[in-house]
Design a binder for this molecule. Sequence first.
Ligand code: SAH
Ligand code: SF4
Length: 365
Amino acid sequence: MNNNIESILEKPVLNKQDLLFLLQSQGEARHKLFAKAAEIKRQYVGNYVYFRGLIEYSNICSKNCYYCGIRSSNIKMERYWLTEQEVLNAAQFAYKEGYASLVLQSGEVNTPQFTAKIEALLQQIGQLTDHKMGITLSLGEQSRDTYLQWRKAGARRYLLRIETSNPELYGKIHPQDSKHNYNQRLNAIKLLRETGYQVGTGVMIGLPFQTLDDLADDLLFFRDYDIDMAGMGPYIEHEDTPLYSCKSILMPLTERFDLSLKMVAILRIMMKDINIAATTAMQTIDKIGREKALKVGANVMMPNLTPVKYRENYLLYQNKPCIDEEAVQCKNCMEIRVHLAGDTIAYGEWGDSLHFRKRVENCEP
Ligand code: SAH
Ligand code: SF4
């Protein structure tokens, strides 16, 4: 068993069998997997953590994903937009604190008004911060023109999770209509690549009906699509969603968490120079979940900058942590945590994905 793990961890390219072996590793083998991932992180991206200030811009969403607490059919919460000033205040805070990067996230809205509003916000944030902030968007599937428009207005990175790379499973966790189509989601990821973004994607781990085979395929998907950034985390049920009815067939939360850690570690070994987020969902299950993710390969954290009064209305899943902490507290708490994990916060640095930089440089004539 131990010989096996060692030979697998030395392989230059992991195949599906290897991935399945690693996903199932326990005891000494699991320990070796994590140690290898930590070593690769240190060697290739260093023991640094890049902060992205997260602004949850709006919980208004035109979609109805079966797992998500802010799906359009959930009438149990108040819908909100942040005001322009609230977004700019958050950006200003991030800039002053040296975060050097922001993520603007919201439900999916596909109207010309929304496109124009985001464009204007991007321009305003650019002016306010001397164009020194790396801005990431996470605003769902949009047209090629919209992606281009936002790119020109200053956005550099985009997060769009594929959620699962298995089209059949995708069909089970989304309504069957043209707004929730696997191929369309995949196409949007391709459009992001074509329009010049650093592309981030990811999956939920521990979904009902999901198998280890699916997770191994997700890792291969990330490699095939040559992604620049990844954000993965455990699926956490929300009682006001249709998928809650599958609660009884879910694996325990601790197992979902352990699998999430393994996914982070394996991906770090497979794609050595990409950015990998230590996600908030990991902290929901384990109080020091994000720090554990940092120890096994993650190198990005997203302190929440959304004004506290909105946070209880942006519950994608239940028991989301830190919903009562203002940005300043959140920052202090994260600093301590990162330090405990043995990493240093890279203040003032954009923290572009090294993978992206190499990809672009290689394309230059
Ligand atoms: N509307 C955008 C961005 C906001 S949702 C989009 O869908 O891309 C951001 C992410 O939250 C989703 O991609 C999904 O992976 C995650 N999410 C939603 N509900 C969740 C749940 N119940 N458990 C864990 N993650 C969830
Ligand atoms: Fe909307 Fe995103 Fe939630 Fe789906 S996951 S319902 S698109 S916010």
